[in-house]
Design a protein around this ligand. Sequence first.
Ligand code: 5CU
Ligand code: ZN
Length: 358
Amino acid sequence: MAKIVDVHSHVYTPSYIALLRTRKEVPFIRTFADIGDRLIILPGEDESPSRGRPVGPSYWDINEKLAFMDSHSISTSVISLANPWLDFLAPAEATEQARLINGELDQLCSQHAGRLYAFAVLPLSATASAIEAEIQHISSLKHMRGVIMGTTGLGSGLDDPLLDIVYAALEKHELPIFLHPHYGLPSAVYGPRADKYGHVLSLALGFPLETTIAVTRMYLSGVFDRSKTLQVLLAHSGGTLPFLAGRIESCLEHDGYLLKEGKLNEEKRALWDVLRKNIYLDAVIYSEVGLQAAVAASGAERIMFGTDHPFFPPLRGEEEWLSARLNRDAIKNAFGSDNTTANNVLGDNAIRILKLHT
Ligand code: 5CU
Ligand code: ZN
């Protein structure tokens, strides 16, 4: 029986939930008289008629995570704090919370050894050297297999040269970045009737485009030319990066300004090379078409199954989560009778890449 490993699985730890309950501004949890507890995290969500999403124990109770894993034949999950992580906290509080939450995550993994590993969280509002110190600490925790990061970096994005010492520390400790969206696109692009479309535009398009832009900026700024062994796991199969990589390369090769500035020299690695050596992609794409693009871009040996649990719960009380089934079916359909490759994507790649069960 293939081992299924979920590399995209979130928790809000008890201390983070307590923090969200104290807040009055996004992100926060509030109890409404008519609709109960709501998790309001996305920009502008406090003003939208949908009032975020219902929130309950599946977001924080590890027994619910384990029950979900059991009912979906998932043997191991690599859990990560969900968005917006510590991005909204002042530096001192972010630093303190990162230490606390990483300890909570590591302890949860210890209590369920072999079933849970984690991606740690970083205090990104703090200085690069405070972040570097937390990376050093994370590397001493037994169950940490990388760090989850949003797209803002130290405030001006992941192409910020000040992040080079963070990337170098992650390379040194062989900790991959799990790059995950949160902010989407400016709300104006969704138009004046966006409220009528629920969360569809921001989650289906805003999230993947945010990831695509963030990693393309990293690439264009030369992060992967300087940090040649940095590993980045892109959420949602890389947003649209696999599909757009050719266009990004072509625009680069046709840019007269960059040529004049000497930026198109031999040191500039091809995006295709970065995709095959520095990028891992989760398989959270819900269709064979998207998965095939991910495989074509990075190779099946760099793709890992995920669910995004506890987001996207079934709306009609079904036991099987549609989100998990679609991602599993996409793998089955993409690889047909090639069970070895399907099993690699379902679990064996994650075991090898993230050094699970060691
Ligand atoms: O449903 C959502 O808003 C989300 C979210 O915020 N983060 C995530 O990872 N998936 C879905
Ligand atoms: Zn997610």
